[in-house]
Write a protein that binds this ligand. Structure first.
Ligand code: ADP
Ligand code: ADP
Ligand code: ZN
Length: 212
C-alpha cells in the first residue's frame, strides 16, 4: 500500500501518518522531518533547506527528490509507505511518476484556513523523532515529553503566525493543484480534516479500503 497524504500545513498529515504507520505496519516518510533532522545534523541538505524552511517557502524540487528517491528504495518500504508532505509541487509529482514510484491512494485532508492558526500555535513536536502533539487536542502523556521516544518537545520556528500565513499561501499556489493531478489518475480520496483525530483516521482507513 503506497500512500500520499496531501493537505495544508496543520491539516493533520503528520498526526495521521503516525496512526497509519502503526495500523498498516508501513513506514511514514516525512520530508519535513527529514529536512529538520538534516538541519540539526548540519548536513549539506540541511544547509540548503534552512533558508526556505525558515521563511515558509518550498525547498527546491531537486533536493527533495534526491532524499525521497533514496528513502523509498530502502528495504523497509517493500510492503508500502506513507508519503507525508511530499509531493508538494507538480514537478515533484511528475518526478515520482517518471521514477516509476507507484502510488495507490492520495488522501487529501481537507481543512479551512481559518482553523489552521490555532492548530499551529498549539503544536509541539518531538525534537528527536518528529512526532506531532497539540497542547489541547493531542497532549503528550507527560508535559513536554514525547510519548514515543522520551525526548523533549519543541515549538517549530516556522509555526509562528506570519510564517504559517506564508506557508498557506504557498500551499494554495503550488500544492493544491496536485488534487487535480491525482483526481485525473483516479487516485484522489478526500477526507474531512476538521473533526477529531480518531474520526479523521477512520475516514482515511475507509477511503483507502483498509476498513469496512
Ligand atoms: P507541514 O506538515 O506543517 O506542512 P512540513 O514539516 O511538511 O510542514 O514542512 C515544513 C517545511 O519543510 C516546508 O515549509 C518546506 O520548507 C519544507 N518541505 C517539506 N516537504 C517539502 C517538499 N516536499 N517540497 C518542498 N519543501 C518541503
Ligand atoms: P501537518 O503534518 O499536516 O502539518 P500535524 O499532524 O502536525 O499537521 O497537526 C497540526 C497540529 O494540529 C498538531 O498540533 C496536531 O496535534 C493538531 N491536530 C492534528 N489533527 C487534529 C484534529 N483532527 N483536531 C485537532 N487538532 C489536530
Ligand atoms: Zn519522539
Amino acid at each position: 500500500m503506497n500512500l500520499i497524504l496531501l493537505g495544508a500545513p496543520g491539516a493533520g498529515k503528520g498526526t495521521q501518518a503516525e496512526l497509519l504507520m502503526e495500523k498498516l505496519s508501513i513506514p511514514g516518510i516525512s520530508t519535513g522531518n527529514m529536512l529538520r533532522e538534516a538541519m540539526r545534523n548540519g548536513t549539506p541538505v540541511g544547509e540548503k533547506a534552512k533558508y526556505y524552511m525558515d521563511n515558509g517557502l518550498l525547498v527546491p524540487d531537486d533536493v527533495i527528490m534526491d532524499i525521497v528517491a533514496e528513502r523509498v528504495a530502502q528495504p523497509d518500504c517493500v510492503n508500502g509507505f506513507i508519503l507525508d508532505g511530499v509531493p508538494r509541487t507538480l514537478a515533484q509529482a511528475e518526478a515520482l511518476e517518471a521514477r516509476g514510484v507507484r502510488i495507490d491512494h492520495v488522501v487529501s485532508i481537507e481543512i479551512d484556513d481559518a482553523v489552521i492558526e490555532g492548530r499551529m500555535t498549539g503544536r509541539r513536536v518531538c525534537g528527536k523523532c518528529g512526532a506531532s502533539y497539540h497542547i489541547v487536542a493531542n497532549p503528550p502523556k507527560v508535559e513536554n515529553v514525547c510519548d514515543l521516544c522520551g525526548s523533549e518537545l519543541v515549538t517549530r520556528k516556522d509555526d509562528a503566525p506570519e510564517t504559517v500565513r506564508k506557508r498557506l499561501e504557498v500551499y494554495h499556489a503550488q500544492t493544491e493543484v496536485l488534487k487535480d493531478f491525482y483526481a485525473k489518475r483516479g487516485k484522489l480520496r478526500t477526507v474531512e480534516g476538521n473533526q477529531t483525530i480518531e474520526g479523521a483516521n477512520e475516514d482515511i482507513l475507509k477511503a483507502i479500503g483498509a476498513k469496512a
